[in-house]
Structures are given as C-alpha cells and as structure tokens.
Design a protein around this ligand. Structure first.
Ligand code: AMP
Length: 191
C-alpha cells in the first residue's frame, strides 16, 4: 500500500499533483482543507467550528482535525493507498497518523515535500483566487498568515519524517507535468 504525505506550503501544488498520483496509483486523496471546506459548505457542526480558523488562515485545533482525518480514512478500508494532502501539519498530528496507521499494520511510505520560493507561492495563490472561490486565497493578509503558520508550525513536521528516513524534497517549479514526472520517479523508488 502507498501511504504518501504530500507536503509543502500553500500554493506549492499539492492538490494539483494529488489528482495525478491518485490516478496512477489507484489511491484515495484525503485533503483536510477540502474536507473542512465541504463541511462549511454543507453547514455542518464541524464546518461551523472550522470556519473562523480557515477564514484567518490559522490551524484548526489538532483534536478536531485528527478525529476528522481518522474517520475519513476509515471510510476506505480496502484502498491501494492514501495520499495525505494538508495533513499532518503539526507534530501531534504526525504522531497520531503514525499510530493510526501502525494499528492497521500500515506505515507512511514516504513524504514528498514540494519546494517553491515564497514569491512564486504568493503569485500562484493570487491567480488561484480568481477561480478557486476561496476567501483565504483572495486576501493578501490571510495568505501572509498561512505562509507564516506553515513556516512556524508545520515545516517542523518534515524533521519528524527525516528522522524516519522517509522525507524527500522535490523541485516544485516548472510545469505541472514536469513536477508530476519528478514525483512519480521518486515514488517508484520507494514502492
Ligand atoms: P488547505 O486547503 O490545505 O490550504 O487548508 C485550508 C485551511 O484548512 C488551512 O488554512 C487550515 O485553516 C485548515 N486546515 C487544513 N488542514 C489542516 C490541518 N491538518 N490542521 C489544521 N488545520 C488545517
């Protein structure tokens, strides 16, 4: 089973690349951001709780996020793999994910970190705002905060998987196809 963490700052291309990986490896795409947005749209209790965090670009509390991720993952007991996109974003989330998989006799196969310079990230997010309909893409202050939160609270998660020898950096610049080819080559070395 391929259990891949797609890692990187907002705008690094995780969601875009996840779609291609899912197609090629028959995996399920679990994006915590997408799940929160779907809950907000449907007006669920979880959506109401998450909304203010997403609006400001802050992290939803670990307890809520972890519970949600686990219940989503449990919906797919027989999959060939899971692509984790936007999770884990903190060390407690990473530890809980390792433990969750371990209980199923599974483990993270690899973490792929997409590297893109900040100036290009901001440019991509501003462009995405034109058709994503995401309020957190449209406000430069919120974008700034999301990048700050990433470097301040999330980047350290890479260290957790470096310690396990599972962390790989991929150049996230260039065309979608170019980045995709790099990711596939890396995955193929690990599976
Ligand atoms: P994303 O779609 O990955 O850019 O996530 C959008 C927003 O959802 C983030 O700015 C957070 O407010 C929230 N979010 C997504 N994933 C997580 C996570 N793993 N932990 C906490 N908050 C999250």
């Amino acid at each position: 089973m391929l259990n891949l963490i797609l890692f990187g700052p907002p705008g690094s291309g995780k969601g875009t690349q996840a779609k291609y990986i899912v197609e090629k490896y028959g995996a399920v795409h679990l994006s915590t951001g997408d799940i929160f947005r779907a809950n907000i749209k449907e007006g669920t209790e979880l959506g109401a709780l998450a909304q203010s965090y997403l609006d400001k670009g802050n992290l939803v509390p670990d307890e809520v996020t972890i519970r949600m991720l686990q219940s989503e993952a449990n919906k797919y007991p027989d999959v060939q793999g899971i692509i984790f996109d936007g999770f884990p974003r903190t060390i407690p989330q990473a530890r809980s994910l390792d433990h969750f998989l371990q209980e199923k006799g599974e483990t993270i196969t690899l973490m792929v970190e997409l590297q893109v310079p900040d100036a290009l990230l901001k440019d991509r997010l501003a462009k995405r705002a034109l058709d994503s309909g995401r309020p957190d893409d449209a406000d430069p202050k919120v974008i700034e905060n999301r990048l700050h939160v990433y470097y301040d609270q999330t980047a350290v998660v890479a260290e957790h998987y470096k310690e396990q020898g599972k962390h790989y950096t991929i150049d996230g610049m260039g065309s979608v196809e170019e980045v995709c080819t790099r990711i596939f080559s890396r995955i193929n070395l690990s599976v």
